[in-house]
Design a protein around this ligand. Sequence first.
Ligand SMILES: Nc1ncnc2c1ncn2[C@@H]1O[C@H](COP(=O)(O)OP(=O)(O)OP(=O)(O)O)[C@@H](O)[C@H]1O
Length: 305
Amino acid sequence: MSVIQIQQVSRWYGNVVAVNDVTMTIGPGVTGLLGPNGAGKSTLITMMAGFLPPSVGAVTLDGVPVWRHEAAYRHIGLVPETEAVYDTLNGGQFVRANAELQGLPDPGAAAAAAIDVVAMADAADRRISTYSKGMKQRIKMAAALVHQPSVLLLDEPFNGMDPRQRLHLMELLRQMGAEGRTVLFSSHILEEVQQVATHIEVVVSGRHAASGDFRTIRRLMTDRPHLYRIRSSDDRRLAAALIGHAATSGVQLEGPAIHVQVTDFENFSRLLPGLARELGIRLWEVSPTDESLESVFSYLVGGRA
Ligand SMILES: Nc1ncnc2c1ncn2[C@@H]1O[C@H](COP(=O)(O)OP(=O)(O)OP(=O)(O)O)[C@@H](O)[C@H]1O
């Protein structure tokens, strides 16, 4: 078993708090670390990989702190977000260099095996500078897998990939998870995480916001209050009729529109057309105003704050 535990971890850079009192446990299988840009995902992953110490708290692998613990590095593979792989090397040389850094007894064989896993044998003799985004991602993955780590951490691995490359990487991650490895990848796209992760951890503004399977996270996101903007032939009367209804928790007349805070979407979607018909009011616009990913995530954080 390879279990990563993050216990009350905070990490700051000068005045910037990148990770704020996060506690989570990552076990075997595929976990998606979901959060908007700047949420602290890279910082968390770098600490899990043992390349950055927490400012406070502890990150452990099977109970052993990973920071400056050489034995832990033998079990962890990191695929960083950066594209700065050694462009002048060919793929084979790059993976082999990593095998040598790991001090493996037969670096050539280990590199060849890892390159096979990511299906890059045909391109191993080509310079990395000629690779596509997806190929670069795969060769970085081979480098991370060369010592057969039981933990694989990937920072935004799907960024910039085309759909075919995406599917291929998803299949690889699923396979690694099914083999019993502890696989964690970060993403800011819920659907991406849904397709491959069996477990999801959500972080927002450096804080741990939610955790669970896809259904749980999706439910948390859709159950939140939604804000709608409505324009109609008689905003004043419609607003008066909406006030106090159980499906809404706030109604405001603002300029040429009504802003409604909706707590029960299903109920509201039946109520509004019915009310308009009853009052002889024509609806010109009904649009959500807070559908940005940021607002969805903030709600998750707000719910726990
Ligand atoms: N080396 C650093 N020095 C100063 N601030 C940093 C440093 N690294 C990250 N930060 C800040 O810490 C916060 C979290 O950044 P982090 O890169 O961990 O988030 P992220 O979720 O991975 O975002 P992204 O997907 O945009 O990389 C951000 O506000 C970022 O600007």
